[in-house]
Design a binder for this molecule. Structure first.
Ligand code: NAD
Ligand code: MG
Length: 392
């Protein structure tokens, strides 16, 4: 029996993970459920999945969680706070951790699971962007197995099953849907609303990653993520827009072969790979019928003029040091401000670029240094936003 902690259980990835888990009661059990602040949603999940532990990051939610569990007649143990979440991720209650908290807030628990040698289903890409080297080292030292739960990286993972395949790797191509504004010029993007930006044409996801997909920052974060996961430098990572979102990524080998993984755009496939690997489990996702999906696979180059965030991420990866941490932090603050209608869509790349231009290129060899860079970038972007007139 695989015992699983779902961190970010109330989110989009959390829901997909719990759906796959519930299909395999003989093999998979959700023993730990963790949410940010939505106690009602967490309680509903506890009633459905009866975990041994439930935790809410926001400590003010503890009493409501405890009382709600009692009222429901559940013997689920309540917990609250970031430290409790790290202890659960590292402790004996689980052998497998789905890291699906959004943003840099996911780093401590992801690191704790890596150090403790868990099977780590890693959706929280921001933790790799912020602290990729430290996280990969922690996983190696702790004996953790990382299975990437980003459709592109999961595709690459499937195409690189062993050390021999990795040794023959020549290039990686990450595919991108292009987001809701594919084909739009930069000028047309100024007035777009949060509602338009989160309306992704192919994937149903949380609000932050949906905006990242609309700016193409998501693909930029994924380039950095691929660099750390697969040890491939920037010059060997390409990005190709593929509007059908059926080819999830491609791997080229030195002998001229290219392998790709295809499937419907549904994260349950990647999660089933994570739970079962190297076995294949039912995920609830139908097998791909290419004719029913329109019979066409198209590819085009990304438009770096209209979507400068992708180029900024390339630059941050090239610069190294704390630059990816600054990129990620600035982007989190800018996206949050956009979702709150405090700034316009085009302010996102502007704010990220301004934060990166102040980046000193300081080494990022400790968690302290990274936290410092992250916090400084957040403060800087908040200050910039405070000085801007609304919707600039
Ligand atoms: P979401 O917004 O739907 O869910 C986020 C979850 O994180 C919620 O359960 C929330 O309660 C929890 N959370 C937020 N702050 C927290 C905190 N401080 N402590 C503990 N929990 C906290 O987001 P999502 O779309 O499920 O994405 C989750 C992660 O997976 C992101 O890093 C995203 O980039 C990555 N990812 C998502 C998808 C997708 O299809 N949704 C695909 C690839 C990667
Ligand atoms: Mg992805």
């Amino acid at each position: 029996m695989r015992t699983i902690a779902v961190l970010g259980a109330t989110g989009s990835i959390g829901a997909s993970a719990l759906d796959v888990i519930a299909r395999h009661p003989d093999r998979l059990r959700a023993d730990v459920l963790v949410a940010g602040s939505n106690v009602e949603a967490l309680l509903a999940l506890c009633r459905a999945h009866r975990p041994r532990h439930a935790a809410v990051a926001d400590a003010s939610g503890y009493a409501a969680l405890r009382d709600g569990l009692l009222d429901a007649g559940l013997d689920t143990e309540p917990h609250a706070g970031a430290d409790a979440i790290c202890e659960l991720a590292a402790g004996d209650a689980c052998d497998t951790v789905v890291a699906a908290i959004v943003g840099a807030a996911g780093l401590p628990s992801t690191l704790a699971a890596a150090r403790a040698g868990k099977r780590l289903l890693l959706a929280n890409k921001e933790s790799l962007v912020l602290a990729g080297e430290l996280l990969m080292r922690a996983a190696r030292d702790g004996g953790a197995t990382i299975v990437p739960i980003d459709s592109e990286h999961n595709a690459i993972f499937q195409c690189l099953p062993d050390a021999a395949a990795r040794a023959g790797l020549a290039r990686i191509t990450l595919t991108a849907s292009g987001g809701p504004f594919r084909g739009w010029g930069r000028d047309a993007l100024g007035p777009v609303t949060p509602e338009q930006a989160v309306a992704h044409p192919k994937w149903s996801m949380g609000p932050k990653i949906s905006v990242d997909s609309a700016t193409l920052m998501n693909k930029g974060l994924e380039v950095i993520e691929a660099h750390h996961l697969f040890g491939v430098e920037r010059a060997r990572i390409d990005v190709l827009v593929h509007p059908q979102s059926l080819v999830h990524s491609l791997v080229a080998f030195r002998d001229g072969s290219t392998l790709a993984q295809l499937g419907l755009p549904d994260m349950r496939t990647a999660l089933a790979v994570g739970f079962g690997w190297p076995e294949r489990l039912d995920s609830g996702v139908s097998v791909l019928d290419l004719l029913a999906e329109g019979g066409r696979l198209e590819f085009e180059a990304p438009d770096l003029q209209a979507f400068p965030c992708l180029g900024l991420a390339f630059d941050a990866l090239e610069a190294g040091g704390s630059a990816p941490a600054v990129l990620n932090a600035a982007n989190e603050v800018a996206v949050s401000a956009f979702l709150q209608r405090r700034v316009g869509f085009l302010a996102i790349p502007r704010l990220v670029e301004a934060a990166l231009s102040r980046c000193t290129g300081a080494a990022a060899d400790s968690l302290d240094a990274l936290h410092h860079a992250d916090a400084a970038a957040r403060r800087h972007v908040e200050r910039e936003i405070a000085q801007m007139s609304p919707s600039r």
